[in-house]
Design a protein around this ligand. Structure first.
Ligand code: BES
Ligand code: MN
Ligand code: ZN
Length: 511
């Protein structure tokens, strides 16, 4: 991953291959953002004019490369758009900085070293820039190692080193700048690891392989781990996970991964949908709908990353992650539409559509998580196409059995730069899941399908336990081009929200 170093503002940077500056959009044209004064001086104060000539406006996402005049510590200046200039006295919005840093880092792939001279008015701004650089520089090249692709690989190599200007840290690191960057590094590295998991092809990441990766992380970070294999799931009566995984040659797993600070007062449980590949099962998805279904474990990847990040940050909290891992495949041993499963909770479910499998594995994991009576449960799942239709591909839906908690989760998401929206759980939709043979069916009305799925999950949350559900089907995987700090493919969505919630719980600010 890109190495980060901190330097005070205006410090003569070490020699670099490029220097990144911010450009904001004002009514009068592009304006050079604070932090870039030395660069502007090298152009005799005429940088805004040069940018105007080149057609730059300062719009968000815009990247302009220009040769540096003599006297600068780099041969190249990279001007990145920050969007509208903030009101006088207000600083740049953290998300604008994060995105701009990401755009610049992406535009600098193949570059060894760059200096970032973006506007920094405090540790929060520096942290946002650090996050943007780490997330924007991400590349997934694990499968491009054959000699024939060597060139493609080196061209796409992520930015090697970033020197961030603006940290006013003195020699003992006071001022909070170094701490802010350290946090960004821990979260950024784990978030990128979640992206790697999502991007890993499903022939290499089955439930067993995912569990082994969790085991390795547990060993590395001193986490408690318990892995239930197929036999243990049978012995325990996990009919939902077994029913979904039964069609695959790769057997399912339920992984419990726990971090606990010795002085923890709050306990959060995170539950992740971990379908390592969703073919739909016997209710097979048609071509055109299954090509990216390796992403169906993005919820489990986010939960995994958040638990490890909480441990690395040493948060004063207990966080238990539950990874519900299975591969949904059609075969002679697969669950059929019409089968009834006896779930871990004891409830029975008539499976009307084997493609509504996420709720089945989550139901067992939610019930297992509930048994520990945590202060709150948050599940994360690429659950429904309906949520994508409702909110588009960049926003996840937040549902909950508690209005205040739903609002808290939504606010935590927005605070970290993750677009989210609150969705209801209308009681009348429950009737559509009535089954003539079982306690509930795994499908209901088509309209409001994302809410129907949420209502299903709610029935498997223990009595009196606060719970929220994040449907990340849209934002988990980016089918389009890269934007801001978001690459193509796995995005790592929900990791930052989960980490933020753990921080709030640690600080006693949650519930
Ligand atoms: N994994 C899918 C949902 C999904 C769709 C995620 C597109 C990411 C992108 C889920 O298992 C699914 O197939 N849901 C069905 C449920 C339906 C059969 C009730 C859906 O949304 O169509
Ligand atoms: Mn499905
Ligand atoms: Zn699925």
């Amino acid at each position: 991953m890109t190495a980060l170093t901190l330097k005070p503002a205006g410090a003569p940077g070490p020699r670099a291959d490029a220097i990144v500056i911010g450009v904001a959009k004002a009514g009068t044209g592009p304006v050079v953002a604070p932090g870039a004064e030395a660069v502007d001086q090298a152009y005799d104060g005429g940088l805004a004019g040069v940018l105007t000539t080149l057609g730059a406006s300062g719009a968000e996402g815009e990247l302009t490369k220009l040769p540096a005049p003599a006297g600068l510590d780099a041969p190249l200046v990279v001007a990145v758009g920050l969007g509208a200039e903030p009101e006088a006295d207000a600083g740049y919005d953290a998300e604008a900085l994060r995105r701009a840093a990401g755009v610049a880092a992406r535009g600098l792939s193949g570059t060894k070293k760059a200096t970032f001279a973006l506007p920094v008015d405090g540790p929060g701004a520096l942290a946002a820039i650090a996050e943007g650089v780490l997330l924007g520089a991400y590349a997934f090249d694990a499968y491009k190692e054959s000699p024939k692709d060597e060139k493609a690989k080196s061209d796409g190599a992520p930015l090697g080193e970033a020197v961030l200007l603006g940290g006013e840290a003195d020699e003992d690191g006071a001022g909070g700048y170094q701490a802010a960057v350290d946090r960004a590094v821990a979260v950024g590295e784990e978030l990128n690891r979640a992206r790697d998991l999502v991007n890993t092809p499903p022939n290499d990441l089955d439930p067993e392989a995912f569990a082994a990766i969790a085991q390795a992380a547990a060993d590395e970070h001193g986490l408690t781990i318990e892995v239930l294999d197929e036999q243990a799931l049978k012995d325990g009566g996990y009919g939902g996970i077994l029913g979904v995984g039964g069609g695959s040659a790769a057997t399912p797993r339920l992984v419990k991964l726990a971090y606990k600070h010795p002085e923890a007062e709050k306990h959060l449980a995170y539950v992740g949908k971990g379908i390592t590949y969703d073919s739909g099962g016997i209710s097979l998805k048609p071509a055109g709908h299954n090509e990216t279904m390796k992403c169906d474990m993005a919820g489990a990847a986010a939960v995994f990353a958040a638990v490890v990040a909480a441990a690395r940050l040493g948060l004063k909290v207990e966080v238990t992650g539950w990874l519900a891992l299975a591969e949904n495949m059609p075969s002679g041993s697969a669950t059929r539409p019409g089968d009834v499963l006896r779930m871990y909770s004891g409830k029975t479910v008539e499976v009307l559509n084997t493609d509504a499998e996420g709720r089945l594995v989550l139901a067992d994991a939610l019930w297992a998580a509930s048994a520990e009576e945590p202060d709150a449960i948050v599940d994360v799942a690429t659950l429904t196409g309906a949520m994508m239709l409702a909110l588009g591909s960049r926003t996840f839906g937040v549902m909950a059995n508690d209005d205040a908690f739903r609002t808290a989760v939504h606010e935590a998401a927005e605070e970290t730069g993750e677009p989210a929206w609150q969705m209801p759980l209308p009681a009348h939709l429950r009737k559509g899941m009535d089954s003539p043979v079982a306690d509930i069916a795994n499908m209901g009305e088509r309209m409001g399908g994302g809410l129907v799925a949420g209502l299903f999950l709610r029935e498997f949350v223990g009595e009196g336990i606060t719970w929220a559900h994040l449907d990340i089907a849209g934002p988990a995987f980016n089918d389009g081009g890269a934007f801001g700090y978001t690459p193509k493919g796995g995005t790592g969505t929900a990791v930052r929200t989960l980490v933020r919630l753990a921080e709030q719980a640690a600080d006693g600010d949650l519930g």
